[in-house]
Design a protein around this ligand. Structure first.
Ligand code: NDP
Length: 248
């Protein structure tokens, strides 16, 4: 059976849960070989085993996007074992919502290092491979990269910055035929809210999933696949995907 992504190699950061896991599964179902990067090695190994058991090709890799060396090592393993990389999904992220005036500087730093610098470091590590044959970079931003709220100040700042960087990168890589897509999900039911340290904000965030009848991770994976499976003349620059019931 032929798939939309036959012959392609898709690298996903944050593949151990949520949107990253769903994207890897969806891409594999369409014929791509997938490299699964995350810190939780047990989770990416289990996912790879699941994909291989279903007839797909998957390479689990331990990588922390805050550690450029781990990303360079991952890029070498992908080149050695999968032969190439022609699509990078910069998905790893954390949403540590808090009131800015609570001064949670460690959490601000984590979000900047993972959501923004992490995407840049992963892109740096895989760019030579992506340039070699033309490919795709998909940056998973958020509605919070367009709409700010009091408790999302630093999270929004990281996602807003991701949008600016993505657009400049899209222009810079045109001659290399590397496409850059920004995906901006609204509320998606994943583990993302579980890490919020403020109990009240964590509960409110979880409640919003019910209020909005939140998206499933598979809904965002479908958006990613739509973008990267277009003919080479088509560049899907931006996808904003909200639950139907989410107004802002
Ligand atoms: P999850 O918490 O399920 O997934 C986050 C992923 O990021 C995990 O696989 C985690 O893996 C990985 N990750 C976190 N820190 C690092 C790190 N330092 N190095 C490598 N990987 C890391 O949440 P989602 O699937 O929802 O989040 C995925 C992306 O989607 C994020 O960028 C998020 O901002 C964005 N998003 C999500 C929305 C939602 O409502 N869920 C809405 C809008 C955007 P591990 O811990 O194993 O390293």
């Amino acid at each position: 059976m032929s798939g939309l992504l036959d012959g392609r190699v898709l690298v996903v950061t944050g593949a151990s849960s949520g949107i990253g896991e769903a994207t890897a599964l969806a891409a594999s179902a369409q014929g791509a070989a997938v490299a699964l990067l995350a810190r939780r090695t047990d989770r990416v190994i289990a996912l790879a085993e699941r994909i291989v058991a279903g007839g797909g090709r998957a390479l689990p890799l331990t990588a922390d996007v805050r550690k450029p060396d781990s990303l360079r090592e991952a890029a070498e393993r992908v080149a050695d074992e999968l032969g190439r990389a022609d699509c990078l999904v910069n998905n790893a992220g954390q949403m540590l919502l808090s009131a800015f005036s609570d001064g949670k500087a460690d959490e601000w730093r984590q979000m900047v290092e993972i959501n923004l610098l992490g995407a840049m470091s992963a892109t740096d590590a895989f760019l030579p491979a992506l340039r070699a044959g033309g490919g795709d970079i998909v940056n998973i931003s958020s509605v919070a990269g367009r709409k700010a709220r009091p408790t999302s100040s630093v999270y929004s700042a990281t996602k807003w910055a991701l949008g600016g960087w993505s657009e400049a990168l899209r222009q810079e890589l045109i001659d290399d035929r590397v496409r850059v897509t920004l995906v901006e999900p609204g509320a998606v039911r994943t583990e993302l809210s579980d890490h919020i340290s403020d109990e009240t904000i964590r509960q409110r965030s979880r409640q919003s999933y019910d209020d909005y009848d939140a998206l499933q991770a598979e809904d965002i994976a479908a958006g990613v696949l739509y973008a990267v499976s277009q003919p080479s003349r088509v560049s899907v620059n931006e996808l904003l995907i909200r639950p139907t019931l989410q107004a802002y």
